[in-house]
Every structure is written in structure tokens, then in C-alpha cells.
Ligand binder design. Structure first.
Ligand SMILES: Cc1ncc(C[n+]2csc(CCOP(=O)(O)OP(=O)(O)O)c2C)c(N)n1
Ligand SMILES: [Mg+2]
Length: 593
């Protein structure tokens, strides 16, 4: 450190300058006595601080913001209860590989271990940062002010590179207020902000193309890694040239438009017959940016989604730990999906300039799609009220422009959407895949709308999920965000109620008893919306939904639509091992009522 340098700014002010230089536009968070120094510095900054009423709302909103912008989002949290409230959203981001930098205040360094106000110290002094260790890529406790610049720099690099994910920068409050010389931050000023990602070599690419070309029944199986790498266009070029039918995981939904002639759909428990059968019969599975997760692979049971070994696996992923984790892999490549697919397409065009039509497979896909649609038609057009879930999804698709962003939660809105709702713009569905967090979707819509204010943003959510974070409405109204929340209201934690009914013959603790005022529909979600200053509409017949959606989109106002829905489970063709755990001796189907 230069002893003559001016001690010009506090660490908090330097942090804000750093974030401005990184072109951060929004910071999500909630105040506390440990972080108001940073808020004071933000007050004079072009960066907007998005105030929420519960830290989980901040971390989910930041998660969605990062999914849409493709860059690390920033959360500012208070210590202990603030940080634990925030944890669910951070863990959700971690399991879906979403880059995020969480900056948290902590107790002052000179009080470590003395049990100052709100210290977490039962096993070690000033140990709140350890709570995050299992789900962040790295957690720093900043014990010296001069180290802040390098730590922040590393934090952003780590969050955004390799397999992305959240990191924690935990800062004792006295460090925020310390004045440090400017050159502490100047040291990193000219450092690069974007790291070049690894690709595939031509020889390996040729080997892969050769095997896929010679295969009889190859299948591409893609995951969220395609969207994280913004590789949809490269994927389309490669599968079009090779004529590869495409299956995808839940997180891979929308990697290609769902109406692309080669897209078969989502695999696994909630997959359809076509996609699960095609994967079972594949001689080669060409997997990119996916981790072969349990729900997508029918608990890895042979005979439901994948038959591996049997089918051979080629797997490209940015993270070596994902390769060979659950299935033996013939060729494994650690590479960025976008870079690797570019090389593969170039090599494939050199080796097989005419490409592969696989017209028969395309015809089979088209035929299945038509038959699946026909088999759902009665439900998708049903006038029943409470509404059929299929009709809610069909009317929602009709009302939305192709590039609308949809956030899902868990429940029918996730499983049914994965199975039967067409996504027509890559990256336009944001879903909590790995952590499957109930309560993700409504606040996630706030992050999505802030990232893309000109696009329609709709949160499809169950009544259980909506009930988790209704306070997000305060933020949406304060910022006048024209989001639509469609509450698929079956007066139940329906997905779990369906499992319980099938295995135990009852619904205890899984449905809502109702209230005297609303015995069958639970709390008045439209009234709650109006109390927060948003629009609230209780839809009263099936035919009212489409016009209500169109009116909400046209109004541009934050609007909650409360839509009564029949409590039927999402149909399944795959398997989930929990069924055997509940009922080991009988083959109980989830769809049984
Ligand atoms: C935070 C959290 N708690 C519990 C669960 C377990 N869970 C999975 S689906 C579900 C029910 C969701 O209910 P709702 O949002 O009403 O959707 P529905 O299943 O009725 O369509 C629950 C409780 C979870 N995934 N996340
Ligand atoms: Mg429900």
C-alpha cells in the first residue's frame, strides 16, 4: 500500500464504485444495521437498490435477474436472520448453477466471539458465513479492508466461470466503514472481466460426429447448460445438420423452441411416452449441459427413461464432476456448450456436407405431437369450473406473446408446464429445477421484469407457492412492475396431496381446510393483491380466464389472477423411486386417485 495515498473513501463506497464499473444495474436486498453503510453509498449511485420485505424475495428475484441477463446478480443482506432468510434463494440458485454475488454484513471484528447482537457463534466465533458453505462456490469472510478489491474480483470471476453459481462475500460492519486508499481498488481496475471458456479439439469432435453419424437411433439430450451458455442457436444448427431428435431435462426446456420439428420434449417422471421411449431405445445419447438428475431420469431405473448401459453416452459439460456421475460414459468432454457445438457443427459439415434428414423420426414426432394434443383437447377446452389445469395452460399460451417470460414454481405449474406448455423463445422459462423451491416463481418474476422491462412477464404458481412470498407484491407495486401472477388455485399442496392420496388413501396436512369466508378457495388472493395496491381479479368461470389475461397484459399493471382449479395430479409416464419407498410391495401409480 502506498503510504502517501489519500484515504479517500470507505470500503462501502469503493464496493459501489466497483459494482458500477462492472455495470451492475440493480442490487437486491434488505437493510440492517450491518449494511446501511453500503446503502448510503448506493444512494448516490446510478445502481438501483431493490428493497424487498423478506430476504428470500431478494435472492429469488436476483436469481431470475441473473438467468435473464446472463451475468452475476448482486444481493445485499443483513447478518444472521437476514442471511438465513436469504439462504433458500441462494441455495436454489446454486442447484441451478446461477451466478450470484451475495454481500452480507456481519458483526464488528473487535467483537468476534463476545456474543454481540445477532452473532452466530455456537461452534466458532463470527461463523455465520459457514452456514452458506454447502451451497456456495466459495464463502469469504473479509477480515482486512485492504483485501476487499481482490476478493470482490475473485467473487465475480468464480460466480460466472466454469459451472456458474453463487458466492458469499461476508463483511464485518466495521470493515464497510473503514477508509482505505484508492490504490487498493486501482490494482484490479484493468483486470479482464470475461474469461475465455474451454472448447473441444477437432479430433474429439470428429470422433463424436462419426459415432452419431453411424448410429441408428441417436438422441440428443440437453439441459440447462445450453441456456447458461446461450448456445441455443449453436444447438439448433448441430441437431438440424445431424438430424438428431432432441430430448431435454426440465432445466433444458426451451433450449430449442418446443415446436422445432426435432424436439420431442421433457424426459423423466413427468415426461411423455414419445420422449421416454425414444431415449430408452437410443443407441447413442448425446448429452450436453445436463447432470442426469433424478426426476429427469426416472430415478435412474432402467426401463422408464434411459437404458444405460445399453445406450452409449457422449457427454459434454463445463463441470467434470457432472460427467460419469450416474451413468457410464463413452466420451466425456469438459467444454463450454456454445464453443463445443460450434466446433462440432463445423466438423460435421466438413465430414458430412449433406447432413442427415431422419425424416421418419421427424414424422413420428409430428404424429405424436398431434395425437398428444388431441388426447388433451377435451381438457384443454373444458368449460369445467374449477378449471382443468390443461385449460389454464392452453389459455395462458394463447394470451402470451412468443417472447413472454414465464416463471414457474413447483406443482402443476412446473410439472405440467414442462410436459405440455410450448416455450417458443429460448431462455423464456425460469423454473426452480434442482432445489424445487416452492415460493420461487412470484419473486423471480420481479427479477425477470427488471431485467427485461419491455417483455410480458407472467408467474404461473400454485396457491401453496403463492402463499410463501406474497410480500413480494409490495416491491412489485412500489416499482410499478406490470407482472401477472396466475394463481392455479386447487386449495391444496396438490402435488403432495396427490402422492399422499395414491399411497395412503387420504389427504392430511396436504390440503387447505378453507376459511369461513372462502371455504373452498382459501384466502382471497385477489383481495390480498388489492390490499398491496395491485390489481386483483377472481376468475369466476372458465371462459373468463382468457379475457382476464388479455386485459392484464394490456393494462401493464401488477395483477394477480386467482383461478380456481381442479386438484388432479399431472399425468406421468416415467417413474420416481419415492413411490417404491412409500409402497414397496405394490405398483402404485401417481395418477391413481
Ligand atoms: C419450500 C418447499 N416446501 C415444500 C415443498 C414440497 N412441495 C412440493 S410441491 C408442493 C405443493 C405445491 O403446492 P401448490 O403451490 O399449491 O401447487 P400444486 O401442487 O397444488 O399445483 C410442496 C409442498 C417444496 N418443494 N418446497
Ligand atoms: Mg395448490
Amino acid at each position: 500500500m502506498d503510504g502517501t495515498a489519500v484515504q479517500d473513501k470507505t470500503v462501502a463506497e469503493h464496493i459501489v464504485d466497483f459494482l458500477e464499473r462492472r455495470e451492475v444495474r440493480h442490487v437486491f436486498g434488505l437493510c440492517g444495521h450491518t449494511n446501511i453503510a453500503v446503502l448510503a453509498a448506493l444512494a448516490d449511485s446510478p445502481i438501483d437498490f431493490v428493497t424487498v420485505r423478506h430476504e428470500q424475495i431478494a435472492s429469488h428475484a436476483a436469481d431470475a435477474y441473473a438467468r435473464v441477463t446472463g451475468k452475476a446478480s448482486v444481493v445485499l443482506s443483513h447478518l444472521s436472520p437476514g442471511l438465513t432468510n436469504c439462504a433458500t434463494g441462494v441455495a436454489n440458485a446454486a442447484l441451478d448453477c446461477i451466478p450470484m454475488v451475495v454481500i452480507a454484513g456481519d458483526i464488528p471484528t473487535h467483537y468476534y466471539g463476545k456474543h454481540p447482537h445477532q452473532e452466530v457463534n455456537l461452534h466458532a466465533d463470527a461463523a455465520q458465513w459457514e452456514i452458506y458453505r454447502p451451497f456456495v462456490k466459495r464463502a469469504w469472510r473479509v477480515d482486512r479492508a485492504e483485501l476487499m478489491a481482490e476478493i470482490l474480483e475473485k467473487a465475480f470471476h468464480l460466480a460466472e466461470s466454469g459451472q456458474p453459481g453463487p458466492v458469499l462475500v461476508n463483511v464485518p460492519m466495521d470493515i464497510f466503514s473503514q477508509r482505505i486508499p484508492a490504490d487498493c481498488f486501482d490494482r484490479i481496475r484493468d483486470n479482464t472481466r470475461a474469461l475465455v471458456k474451454p472448447s473441444i479439439d477437432d479430433d474429439t469432435a470428429r470422433e463424436i460426429v462419426e459415432r452419431l453419424a453411424k448410429a441408428d437411433r441417436p438422441v440428443a439430450y440437453v439441459g440447462g447448460g445450453i441456456l447458461l451458455a446461450k448456445a441455443s442457436e449453436e444447438l439448433r444448427e448441430f441437431v438440424d445438420h445431424m438430424g438428431l431428435p432432441v430430448a431435454h431435462s426440465l432445466m433444458g426446456k426451451g433450449a430449442l423452441r418446443d415446436d422445432h420439428p426435432l424436439v420431442m420434449g421433457m424426459t423423466g417422471f413427468w415426461g411423455t411416452e414419445l420422449v421416454n421411449q425414444s431415449c430408452l431405445n437410443a443407441d447413442y445419447v448425446f448429452a450436453v449441459g445436463t447432470r442426469f438428475k433424478e426426476a429427469d431420469c426416472s430415478s435412474w431405473y432402467p426401463g422408464y427413461t434411459f437404458n444405460i448401459p445399453g445406450s452409449k453416452v457422449i457427454h459434454i459439460d463445463i463441470e467434470p464432476q457432472e460427467i460419469g456421475r450416474n451413468y457410464p460414459t463413452e466420451i466425456g468432454v469438459v467444454a463450454d456448450a456454445k464453443a463445443a457445438l460450434r466446433v462440432l457443427t463445423r466438423v460435421a459439415k466438413e465430414m458430412y456436407p449433406d447432413g442427415f434428414a431422419r425424416s421418419e423420426k421427424k414424422a413420428e414426432i409430428a404424429e405424436f405431437r398431434a395425437a398428444f394434443k388431441a388426447s388433451n383437447a377435451a381438457m384443454a377446452e373444458s368449460p369445467a369450473f374449477p378449471m382443468m389445469p390443461e385449460r389454464i395452460l392452453a389459455d395462458t399460451r394463447k394470451a402470451l406473446p412468443e417472447n413472454a417470460i414465464i416463471t414457474t414454481d413447483v406443482g402443476w405449474n412446473k410439472n405440467g408446464v414442462g410436459q405440455q406448455f410450448d416455450i417458443l423463445t429460448p431462455g423464456s422459462i425460469l423454473t426452480p429445477g434442482g432445489f424445487a423451491t416452492m415460493g420461487f416463481g412470484p419473486p423471480a418474476a420481479i427479477g425477470a421484469k427488471l431485467a427485461e422491462p419491455d417483455r410480458v412477464v407472467l408467474s404461473l404458481v400454485g396457491d401453496g407457492g403463492f402463499g410463501q412470498n406474497p410480500a413480494m407484491l409490495a416491491t412489485a407495486v412500489e416499482l410499478d412492475l406490470g407482472i401477472i401472477w396466475l394463481v392455479m388455485n386447487n386449495n391444496a399442496f396438490g402435488t403432495i396431496a396427490g402422492l399422499q392420496k395414491a399411497h395412503y388413501g387420504l389427504t392430511y396436512g396436504t390440503t387447505f381446510p378453507g376459511t369461513a369466508a372462502a371455504p373452498t378457495n382459501g384466502p382471497g388472493y385477489a383481495d390480498i393483491a388489492r390490499a398491496y395496491g395491485a390489481e386483483g381479479v377472481r376468475v369466476r368461470s372458465a371462459d373468463e380466464l382468457l379475457p382476464a389475461l388479455q386485459a392484464a397484459i394490456a393494462s401493464g399493471k401488477p395483477t394477480v389472477l386467482d383461478v380456481a382449479m381442479i386438484n388432479n395430479p399431472t399425468p406421468t409416464t416415467g417413474h420416481w423411486n419415492i413411490l417404491d419407498i412409500y409402497s414397496p410391495d405394490s405398483e402404485v401409480s401417481h395418477v391413481a386417485t
